[in-house]
Design a protein around this ligand. Structure first.
Ligand code: ATP
Length: 502
């Protein structure tokens, strides 16, 4: 019995014990009246506790309850009736005239409270019925233990402790059954951020990412860009400084839309000279020429021009690293003297695999690799888009610290874009519907944010981009230099430059 209790305490939750296997003398005998009284006491305490908690958690319900009690105490049953009528009238008026508050403090809270009760109430049965259960040597049947529930407005996170014999994959295989039982849109299993052996079940009730994108974005800092929304309703702040960004997705998945969002966030810093955009558009300038005033340098057209711009950007980076003379230990803080270079590449594979001339292709790959490996500290950020992650970009993938996987064809592509384990941790880019461009999953390699987060980029219309280009033009614009001869001497810093850097 002691062992069973220990197992129950620490690993999962024993829900049934077969009496023919557990020795009968260990089952305590209680007379029926005592058993029923104990059960009644337990349920009454539970009900009172829940009522008190519900009254605090749902202020509207708390106020109605207080009114009923007051009415009952002051005027007996007539007082009770009057209080009920008054409470329902107040509720209707509240909902009619202040619908947002009503949703937030009234009905929204009631829904959440109900969801919490339902998880607790149905947990054992739902898991056992879905087959997420394990039987031990003593024929005890256990299911994973629901530790606690974090309720969100549209999605909840259930912290679950697994038991022996149940793996995250076992649970993941039954997520459809759980979703249909809880009337949820989707249930996903994610690795737990704190402890191995625990998992996070994300239960999504409303796909806020499928709503129309918010028209207004808050004020932006160019180091963290507000480019869209996360699944839980918070804003999606894209990390720009100190990393390189890879955006992968099929055609029409929303790559250019996200790049436009990044550019929009950078506009004020572009105009005051703290950020310089370098654009490389292998699609003949179809995308970037629309807002060409924002670019410090824009390359499109011939392969020579594309490679020349790439090499020019890599040289700028080398020149700056030289000027600092190895004295940059922290991230550069962009100023008008030392601007941040943001290199936008519309289709990386066009440079690393589609160029027919082998020498040009190698030069493009070499320049890109230089920036990806050394650009972080001197303030060069590469934002690269790719349709097919199986192409030549693959060896470079790990150098992109911030990866966005939009709609893709297969789980393999998701693994290639985001990480080996991202698909199993819930990044289902292959299930994103075609009519939802801009939806994707993000992995940020920086620190604790390695979990894939589902996001949707805000849509920036063409007219707005054209307007932004007119309002925030780049103060300096240069032409793409001619393609240099093959063996160029590396750039050396002058004494004056080093002095400036210091
Ligand atoms: N975030 C978004 N929200 C809503 N609609 C979007 C979003 N992003 C893109 N779209 C819509 O999807 C269409 C295709 O998007 P976009 O051009 O960004 O795709 P893409 O991945 O760059 O495609 P390609 O690789 O062919 O250039 C856009 O014209 C726009 O109508």
């Amino acid at each position: 019995m002691r062992e069973t209790w220990t197992a129950r305490m620490w690993r999962g939750q024993t829900i049934r014990t077969r009496s023919d296997v557990v020795r009968t003398e260990h089952i305590p005998y209680r007379p029926a009246p005592l058993t029923y009284s104990l059960a009644a006491l337990r349920w009454s305490l539970w009900t009172v506790g829940m009522l008190a908690w519900g009254a605090i958690y749902i202020p509207a319900a708390g106020a109605a309850l207080a009114l009923l009690v007051l009415g009952g105490l002051l005027a007996g049953s007539w007082g009770l009736v009057a209080a009920a009528v008054l409470a329902s009238l107040a509720g209707r008026l509240w909902a009619r005239f202040w619908p947002v508050h009503w949703q937030r403090w009234g009905i929204g809270r009631a829904h959440r409270f109900w969801r919490r009760l339902r998880y607790r109430w149905s947990w054992d049965d739902v898991l056992a019925a879905s087959g997420v259960k394990a039987t031990d040597a003593r024929h005890n049947i256990s299911v994973p233990r629901l530790l606690w529930v974090s309720l969100g407005e549209h999605a909840d996170a259930l912290h679950v402790q697994l038991c022996a014999g149940i793996t995250p994959a076992t649970l993941a295989a039954q997520t459809d059954a759980l979703a249909s039982e809880w009337c949820a849109l989707e249930v996903r299993v994610q690795a737990h951020p704190w402890r191995p052996g625990w998992v996070l079940l994300r239960v999504v009730y409303r796909d806020v990412l499928a709503d129309d994108p918010a028209a207004t974005a808050g004020p932006t800092d160019f180091r963290w860009l507000d480019v869209g929304r996360c699944e839980d309703g918070r804003r999606w702040w894209l990390r720009l400084m100190g990393t390189h960004i890879l955006i992968a997705g099929l055609t029409g998945a929303g790559k250019s839309g996200l790049v436009a969002g990044i550019v929009k966030g950078l506009c004020p810093a572009i105009a005051d000279g703290r950020v310089r955009l370098i654009g490389i558009d292998p699609k003949g300038g179809m995308e970037y020429r629309m807002y060409s005033e924002l670019f410090y340098m824009l390359a499109y057209g011939t392969d020579d021009a594309l490679v020349a711009a790439l090499e020019a950007a890599a040289d700028l980076m080398a020149e700056r690293a030289n000027q600092f003379g190895g004295r940059i230990r922290k991230l550069l803080r962009p100023t008008t003297t030392w601007p941040l270079y943001v290199l936008l590449v519309d289709e990386i594979a066009a440079l690393t695999s589609f160029i027919a001339n082998r020498e040009l292709k190698e030069r493009a790959s070499a320049a890109l690799n230089r920036m990806l490996t050394q650009g972080r500290a001197p303030g060069v950020v590469v934002v690269g888009c790719i349709q097919d992650p199986r192409k030549e970009v693959l060896p470079m993938r790990d150098r992109f610290g911030y990866r966005v996987g939009l709609r893709q064809d297969s789980p393999d592509e998701v693994r290639m874009t985001l990480s080996e384990t991202a698909y199993d941790r819930g990044a289902r880019c292959d299930l994103i519907p075609e009519d939802c461009p801009g939806i994707g999953y993000v992995i940020d390699d920086d620190g604790a944010r390695r979990e894939p987060v589902k996001v949707r980029a805000d849509w920036v219309p063409d007219a707005e981009l054209i307007w932004l280009a007119a309002q925030y033009p780049a103060p300096t614009q240069v032409d793409v230099p001619p393609l240099a001869a093959k063996n160029r001497t590396p750039v050396r810093a002058t004494r004056e430059d080093k002095g400036r850097a210091a």
